[in-house]
Structures are given as C-alpha cells and as structure tokens.
Design a protein around this ligand. Structure first.
Ligand SMILES: Nc1ncnc2c1ncn2[C@@H]1O[C@H](COP(=O)(O)OP(=O)(O)O)[C@@H](O)[C@H]1O
Ligand SMILES: [Mg+2]
Ligand SMILES: [Zn+2]
Length: 251
C-alpha cells in the first residue's frame, strides 16, 4: 500500500516550466477552461508569437535589433524614432494611413527601424513578413521560370497574406515591365485592403517614381506616414557620400 501511495504522490508532481516540458498552468492544452470561460494560456500566446517571428523572415544581422536599441543621439534620429513610435501608437488597421515610408541615405537606420516596427506589431498579435526588394525581384523571376525552392515559394505565398509587410529598399535593382507589374499588384492589394505596409528607400522621389512607376509611388505616399532618417551614415560617421543624381538627399 505504501508503495502505491508513493507512486501516486510522484505522479502528482508537476514538471518545471521549461521549453520541452508541459506548461503547468494548462497541462500543455494551451487553453484554461473553467465552467464559464475559455482563456488562452500565456504559454500558447508565447508559442504563437515565436512562430510569427520565425515566419517574418527577419535577416540574421537584424534579428536582435529593436526600437529600443536604436540610438537617438542626434536630432534627425531623435525625430525619426519619435515619429515611428507615434505611428505605432496610432496604428489602426481601419484607418486610411496604415503605412510607414522611411527614406534617407544608406546606413541611416531605415532597415533597423522597419524591423523594430515589425517586431512591435508582431508583439501586438499581427503576422508579418520582411522582404528585401532585390530578394523579391529574384523570387518573382524564379517563380515565372518555375525554379522557386519550396521555402521561397512559401515566403512568396505569404506576401499578400501577412498583416504587416515590410518592403525594404523599394525601387532597388533593375526592374523589368513584368516586375513593375507584379510590384504594382502587391502595393495595390495593400492599398485597397487597408493593410499595413512599411517601405524603406534611399532613392529620391523622382528616381523612385522612375523605378516603380507613378501609380505605385502615389499609393505608397498616399497610405504612409513619411519619416526621414537623415543623411548621416551610422556605420561610417566619418564618410559623406558623394551626391548622386536621384538619391534621397538629392531628389
Ligand atoms: N541610430 C542607430 N542606433 C543603433 N544602431 C543603428 C542606428 N542606425 C543604424 N544602426 C545600425 O547600423 C547598421 C546600418 O543600419 P541600416 O538600418 O541597415 O541602415 P539603412 O537601412 O538605412 O541602410 C545596422 O546594423 C543598424 O542596426
Ligand atoms: Mg537598409
Ligand atoms: Zn499553458
């Protein structure tokens, strides 16, 4: 009898809340059910958020970047990060301006800020996807020639489904008519469905229009808050880029 009692008391001991053990709150069900309510358990919320982060395809270099790690040490950066935070505070899918357009010279933190925004929105329960323009153009070309790998296929399929789409370096690369049409379709879908779009670019407006066509630029500008990230390269504060025709500081 004593032996039986020992086994029973051992079975009652709950495992500690480590990654591969069952959650002690919900016994691994993910839901806490009482007589009158069903509540989603924190462990399930956590797992869902981790899955959304994995699916967002954040590039390795930017995995640890957040809005908090963006240094606001000079006026342009202070203003940029303040405007980005205001955008997040006011973010509402039902309003008509569910987007953010970050423009500025290379190295001014556009990609960093876009990832910061993406992570904050994922934390609020949105699904998201990061796409660099050059990768997108590549994927679209491969898709049309039938040579897309499975993970690329899955990423492309999420392009129109993600609640939040970050399109990094809009207008970069050589854009054929086919690619321009596909980019138009992506942007127009975001625009007409009032879905969140975060765009970055280091091109001035004229050059951007040349690259992506006026209808795309008009939609991007129409649905986005515009934030200027400045001209000072964070990576190389001692370098001043030569003015180039068509860059963001020389539109
Ligand atoms: N204000 C900042 N605070 C901290 N890190 C920054 C800041 N601005 C840029 N960086 C870092 O410098 C590098 C270049 O920034 P990035 O976002 O890639 O610039 P851009 O996209 O404008 O070319 C990244 O590693 C980024 O995390
Ligand atoms: Mg960038
Ligand atoms: Zn749980």
């Amino acid at each position: 009898m004593n032996f039986l009692r020992d086994i029973q008391s051992l079975q009652k001991k709950k495992p500690g809340p480590t990654d591969d053990e069952e959650c002690p709150v919900c016994d691994g069900y993910g839901y806490i059910i009482t007589e009158t309510t069903v509540k989603i358990c924190d462990c399930l919320k956590q797992r869902q958020q981790e899955r959304r982060l994995r699916n967002a395809c954040i590039p390795l270099r930017y995995k640890n970047k957040t809005l908090d790690s963006f240094k606001a040490d000079i006026d342009t950066r202070r203003l940029a990060v303040r405007q980005v935070r205001r955008f997040l505070q006011e973010f509402d899918q039902s309003n008509e301006c569910p987007g953010l357009f970050l423009y500025g010279a290379p190295g001014t933190g556009k990609t960093h800020l876009s990832i910061g925004v993406l992570k904050e929105l994922i934390q609020k329960g949105q699904s998201g996807l990061f796409y660099n323009m050059v990768t997108l153009v590549d994927d679209l070309r491969k898709q049309s020639s039938g040579s897309l790998a499975q993970d690329e296929e899955e990423r492309l399929a999420r392009l129109n489904q993600a609640d939040v789409l970050v399109l990094d370096d809009l207008g970069a690369g050589r854009l054929t008519d086919f690619v321009q049409e596909r980019i138009y379709a992506v942007i127009d879908q975001r625009y007409s469905q009032n879905r969140c779009l975060v765009v970055t670019s280091n091109l001035g407006l004229r050059k951007l229009e040349e690259q992506v066509t006026y209808p795309v630029l008009s939609r991007v500008r129409g649905m986005c808050f515009t934030v200027h990230t400045g001209d000072l390269d964070y990576r190389n504060p001692d370098l001043t880029p030569l003015p180039r025709k068509g860059d963001s500081s020389n539109p």
